[in-house]
Design a protein. Structure first.
Length: 206
């Protein structure tokens, strides 16, 4: 009888221990899932601001191409850059797990940034274009969008940092991989990436 009591006591302790482990693991799993969803949400936000920029390009090109003798090579560059961005296929709702895929996306967007910056700098040479209210409005929208891109990229990296830290921490480090919680890549900074392209113009200059 005494042995039975001891056996039951041990069984109870084991059951309680298992329940505690399950509770901890379950809570940790839910936390990882929440962090992963946060990363995907921030990725979608990044996609939205980049799409907004891409949507501005056709009107910008149409407005600029109306200027007499505007440099065709610049228009070709920005048109090709926009096309290249569209060729990089990424899931807008799920952050890439492949660093090379994110780098490919980032490279295409960087080419678009460079093309836009060049187009707006070249536009400085055309007083009539600078005086256009439509051009000024597009320039302001683009500037705001570039600022938003910088903000959203930073927020995405913050979400990735929290997620990547969590999957490498106890107790998630023991089972995260089994449940497909894998490390996410960051946007990497390039020289001058902390500042949007300079698109300010002196509209009063003759």
């Amino acid at each position: 009888m005494k042995k039975l009591g001891i056996g039951c006591g041990i069984l109870v302790v084991l059951v309680v221990a298992v329940l505690i482990v399950i509770a901890i693991a379950g809570g940790s799993y839910n936390h990882l899932n929440s962090l992963q969803q946060a990363v995907n949400k921030k990725w979608a936000d990044v996609q939205n601001v980049y799409q907004r920029r891409a949507d501005l390009v056709p009107n910008l090109v149409a407005t600029v191409s109306g200027a007499a003798n505007f440099e065709k090579s610049t228009l070709t560059e920005i048109t090709e850059a926009r096309a290249s961005v569209g060729q990089v296929k990424v899931d807008p709702n799920n952050a890439p797990a492949d660093a090379s895929k994110l780098a490919e996306f980032d490279k295409a967007q960087g080419a678009m940034t460079s093309a836009l910056s060049r187009l707006l700098v070249v536009s400085e040479r055309y007083p009539d274009l600078k005086a256009s209210a439509n051009f000024r409005d597009l320039q302001a929208q683009l500037e705001g969008t570039e600022n938003r891109i910088t903000v959203e990229r930073g927020r995405f990296n913050d979400a990735v940092q929290a997620y990547d830290t969590a999957i490498k921490s106890f107790p998630a480090v023991f089972y995260a991989g089994m449940f497909h919680f894998t490390e996410k890549p960051y946007f990497t900074a390039t020289e001058g990436a902390d500042k949007p392209p300079q698109v300010q113009f002196d509209f009063n200059k003759k």
